[in-house]
Design a protein around this ligand. Structure first.
Ligand SMILES: Cc1cc2nc3c(=O)[nH]c(=O)nc-3n(C[C@H](O)[C@H](O)[C@H](O)COP(=O)(O)OP(=O)(O)OC[C@H]3O[C@@H](n4cnc5c(N)ncnc54)[C@H](O)[C@@H]3O)c2cc1C
Length: 484
């Protein structure tokens, strides 16, 4: 049997790579982790989830300060944001989490960490920092990067991506965001709340295009009311550097071209897998800009080389990366042939209100030709929501023809947390009946989960047929008040 330096080699120390590294080493595999940057943690920690959610919270607090009177409080005199202070807070949160994702911690788990840019020499060996090392199995977990759209003039115009957003030395006065996906929507609201004038440009007629239109429109209406400008059904014609400002020329369907000017242009229109420069071509591993070509066990055409995280080009979320990391561990370390199953991968867009989803939504069900029944409850009927001044949003539960939940979407306060009950319900095959009969604490936002399941149950219990039966067997005598 060939003698390799390591049992497991991992390229990329982000969400997916760290999951595999920790799991493999703790199971006794001699593990190598190679990271191109100076620190571990990847996009999520440094330029993604962590800084964006920290910024979103800061913007939320600032927004609430301005609304103090709506809560019966004296008005608060809000001074303009010093973005350096905001950046300091973002960095302080990153530093705390960085300890968890540090070389020391991983070394403690038994992982050898190398910082450098690796290239494959052959299908078992890489070269990094002038050294060649081999491993029995490899995992490519090098993540993804924002790609600028092919707009004439954009390459000659300074634009920013998520890598630049969290280190400005002052708040931009204005920002044009190209794209209206989750990152664009979250950042549009956060920067707008902090005081940046934000315009969002979207080619199609809906923001958050994977979501049902009514829910995506719900998010857009809130952002619009707060001052974000949206240009839907709009093509980006060109971009230009005007010195102090940048210009983007757009054209909305049926209208004349329009020139928008802003201090910053944020490219948030799509992402490309970080696969160039690894010499995958040299070892015959196919990929395109979306990602690696993988089988259901996340193996490339070389069965000992796996892909996990954003390089799969499927769900670009940290929790999906973690899940895929666990699939790799099962296959490569336990030798248990485990396949990915994305049916119930949840996600959340952390706007205010949040928009979370699991399983089928109406759009996906219709596209797949799946018949469903829809049950809806509104947050304006949830006591806790009213107490907190949150009235926007609803839950949508999709049931198949046998009454089994196939998907849930929540638009509303803390939707990302509320969807967790559905993560358990859908993965555990729990019926609406069980959820509706389980006691939930009052008053909580989570009662909306029980209520939507209860609405379905009520339709079964309070039917004319049941009433007739009860009248017949137990001589119930009907209404005591109101029209009979
Ligand atoms: C602004 C923003 C907000 C986000 N918010 C959320 C959120 O709220 N929730 C959520 O679930 N997801 C969120 N995401 C997505 C999430 O960050 C990614 O899905 C996740 O980081 C993917 O993990 P990964 O391991 O594939 O990639 P990464 O975490 O990016 O890790 C890849 C690592 O590989 C390294 N690398 C790259 N090339 C090489 C190379 N050639 N050799 C060696 N190492 C290399 C990189 O430096 C990096 O450390 C957000 C993303 C962005 C941009």
């Amino acid at each position: 049997m060939a003698d390799y330096d390591f049992d497991m080699g991992i390229l990329g120390g982000g969400s997916a790579g760290l999951t595999v590294a920790a799991g493999a080493a703790r199971l006794g595999a001699k593990t190598l982790l190679v990271e191109k940057e100076k620190e571990l943690g990847g996009d999520c920690l440094h330029f993604g989830c962590v800084p964006s959610k920290t910024l979103i919270h800061t913007a939320h607090v600032y927004h609430l300060m301005k609304k103090a009177q709506e809560f019966g409080l004296p008005p608060v005199e809000v001074r303009p944001v010093n973005f350096r202070e905001v950046v300091k807070r973002i960095q302080s949160v990153i530093q705390v989490i960085q300890k968890h994702d540090s070389e020391e911690r991983f070394c403690g788990l038994g992982v050898k960490v190398e910082f450098g840019a690796p290239i494959f020499k052959d299908e078992h060996a890489i070269e990094a920092n002038g050294k060649t090392v081999s491993a029995k199995n490899w995992v490519i977990a090098t993540g993804s990067s924002a790609v600028p759209p092919p707009v004439p003039g954009l390459e000659q115009t300074p634009y920013i991506t998520n890598r630049d957003l969290f280190s400005f030395d002052r708040l931009p006065a204005s920002m044009i965001i190209l794209g209206a996906g989750p990152i664009a929507a979250e950042m549009a609201q956060a920067f707008n709340r902090l005081g940046t004038r934000v315009s969002v440009i979207q080619r199609s007629g809906q923001i958050l295009s994977n979501e049902d239109k009514d829910l995506a429109d719900g998010v857009m209406e809130v952002l619009k009311a707060e001052g974000v400008q949206f240009y839907l059904n709009t093509a980006i014609l060109s971009a230009k550097d005007l010195g102090a400002e940048r210009e983007v020329v757009i054209q909305t369907k049926g209208e004349e071209p329009l020139s928008l000017k802003a201090e910053r242009i944020l490219a948030a229109l799509g992402r490309e897998a970080n696969l160039k420069g690894l010499n995958l071509e040299g070892i015959g591993i196919p990929y395109d800009e979306k990602g690696l070509k993988l089988d259901a066990r996340l193996r490339t055409n070389r069965k000992h080389i796996y892909g996990a995280g954003d390089v799969t080009g499927i769900y670009q979320f940290t929790h999906a990366a973690g899940y895929e990391g666990s699939i790799v561990i099962s296959n490569a370390i336990f030798h248990l042939p485990r396949k990915v199953d994305y049916a119930f991968v949840p996600w959340c867009t952390y706007t205010d209100p949040e928009l979370a989803s699991i399983g089928m939504n109406e759009k996906r069900a219709k596209a797949a030709g799946v018949e469903y029944d829809l049950w809806v409850e509104e947050f304006k009927d949830n006591d806790r929501s009213l107490a907190e001044g949150e009235q926007v949003g609803r839950i949508k539960m999709l049931l198949d023809k046998k009454g089994k939940p196939i998907g849930v979407q929540v638009l509303g306060p803390r939707a990302g947390d509320l969807i967790s009950e559905w993560v358990a319900a859908l993965n555990g095959g729990i019926k609406p009946m069980t959820l509706a009969s389980a006691v939930h604490p009052y008053p909580t936002l989570g009662e909306i989960n029980k209520k939507v399941a209860g609405a379905y149950l009520s339709s079964k219990i309070f039917s004319e047929r049941i009433k007739k039966g009860l009248r017949f067997f137990f001589n119930l005598r009907g209404r005591a008040c109101g029209p009979t």
